[in-house]
Ligand binder design. Structure first.
Ligand code: SF4
Length: 425
């Protein structure tokens, strides 16, 4: 059963009399568990829908509608599947106390992997989940492999019951499921020979493994530092070179580069970022793989529409991780807009200075950094700093921030999106 949370005006759902609180019980006699069942089972032109209204009345509707016409309702979010692992580098373990409850949930959910590209380990799949992935052809899935050696993987995940990933992936691949994969590189555990073996094993799958990324492990002040550590520049260089060594064969055999290090791996290694074409269409840009090259391409594509900013002073808030790479982005942005961009690197006061990603910046740290910059006319914040409700990780809202500052603030994904409209008069 799934609950309806909203109904669009003039939609099929409204015409049927569905309303917030209506329970969707089954479609064509099959019980509904979550949004996946709903989407896949209602993909037919004709369906038999069984609902329970908020007053307890049970109704069956025979619905006929043109293929693709939405029903016009929103569903309650699915109950998140909890993670079965205890990785040393777990982000959740690294959170300080006192944040929103939802941030402490360790989710490891194949449904969100399919829908949003969240990485999942597939260690908590039940037989029913495996059936659904195959029946609904949930592809591609984003999978944290880390190591194909089962002993190393179980050690990294701190889960002695983690299934062997190779047969697991093969079982899905035989049914046409494809994967984007990642290796979070923990030095001394899954780099060196283990990384080499992991890439060999994944490549041997053939086209079922669409891509692979190598991401350096990130720790906070609160992580289990006695169990894992950050990689050295030399270790990052070795991992990046290991990935790069695969490119000639991958290009020759499949016309893709297939594996690449995250931007942060290159930054920590002190290596120049690869050319844009290495990222094969930026399939893992949300994972920090190719973000800088992607931004450069977005700016180049939008350059003609970025006029009217000449000599304006625009602050760019960023985490310390991206700050050294930002000139690569701001230089073409300055050429396109002729504005004066000023970088505002913000140190993470909540997680400690070792946490440098923009998405984890607390609103209070941003506010404190910006209070000292009254001369700015506009400030762009990374869009990933806030959740869907406009809240930073420390619960400060964007509104709470703007109230305290004398300039306009805009959230931005690629800079070009936030520079289309002129400043408010
Ligand atoms: S898979 Fe590991 S890192 Fe991810 S939530 Fe579970 S314990 Fe944390």
């Amino acid at each position: 059963m799934i609950k309806v949370t909203a109904v669009e005006p003039d939609s099929i759902a409204e015409e049927l009399g569905l309303r917030p609180g209506t329970e969707l019980v089954s479609v064509n006699g099959r019980d509904l568990e979550d949004f996946l069942d709903w989407e896949f089972l209602t993909a037919e032109e004709e369906i038999l829908l069984h609902v329970r209204q908020p007053d307890g009345e049970e109704i069956e509707f025979e619905i006929e509608r043109p293929l693709g016409e939405p029903m016009g309702l929103a569903l309650e979010p699915p109950r998140i599947r909890r993670c079965a692992n205890r990785c040393d580098f777990c982000f959740v373990d690294g959170l300080p106390e006192g944040l929103r409850d939802v941030l402490y949930i360790r989710d490891d959910d194949y449904r969100l992997s399919f829908r949003y590209g969240n990485f999942a380990t597939l260690t908590n799949l039940k037989p029913r989940d495996i059936e659904r992935i195959i029946e609904y052809r949930l592809s591609p899935l984003y999978v944290s492999v880390h190591a194909t050696d089962p002993v190393v993987r179980r050690y990294l995940l701190r889960n002695p019951a983690a299934p062997d990933i190779i047969p697991q992936l093969r079982g899905f691949a035989e049914h046409g499921i494809q994967f984007h994969t990642q290796v979070v590189m923990s030095p001394g555990v899954n780099d060196g020979a283990v990384l080499r073996q992991t890439l060999d094993d994944l490549w041997a799958f053939g086209p079922a493994i669409l891509s692979c990324s190598v991401v350096p492990v990130g720790l906070t002040e609160f992580s289990k530092h006695h169990l894992c550590r950050e990689p050295t520049p030399e270790e990052c260089r070795a991992a990046a070179r290991e990935a790069e060594s695969r490119w000639p064969a991958a290009l020759a055999e499949r016309s893709v580069h297939w594996v690449c290090g995250a931007d942060e791996l290159y930054l920590r290694a002190g290596l120049e970022l690869p050319d844009p074409e290495v990222y094969d269409g930026f399939e893992q840009v949300e994972n920090g793989v190719g973000s800088v090259r992607w931004l450069q391409q977005r700016i180049a594509a939008e350059a003609a529409s970025l006029g009217g900013w000449q000599e304006r002073r625009i602050g760019i808030v960023t985490g310390a991780a991206m700050a050294p790479l930002m000139p690569l982005v701001l230089e073409p942005l300055t050429r396109a807009t002729r504005a004066r961009f000023e970088l505002v690197p913000v140190e993470n006061t909540l997680f400690g200075p070792s946490v440098t990603t923009a998405g984890l910046l607390p609103g209070a740290a941003i506010r404190d950094a910006l209070i000292a910059r009254p001369e700015l006319e506009l400030v762009l914040l990374p869009g990933e700093c806030v959740n869907d409700d406009g809240l930073f990780i420390d619960n400060l809202s964007v509104g709470g921030l703007t109230d305290r500052l004398p300039f306009e603030i805009r959230l931005s994904k690629d800079f070009a999106d936030a520079l289309q409209a002129p400043l408010a008069a």
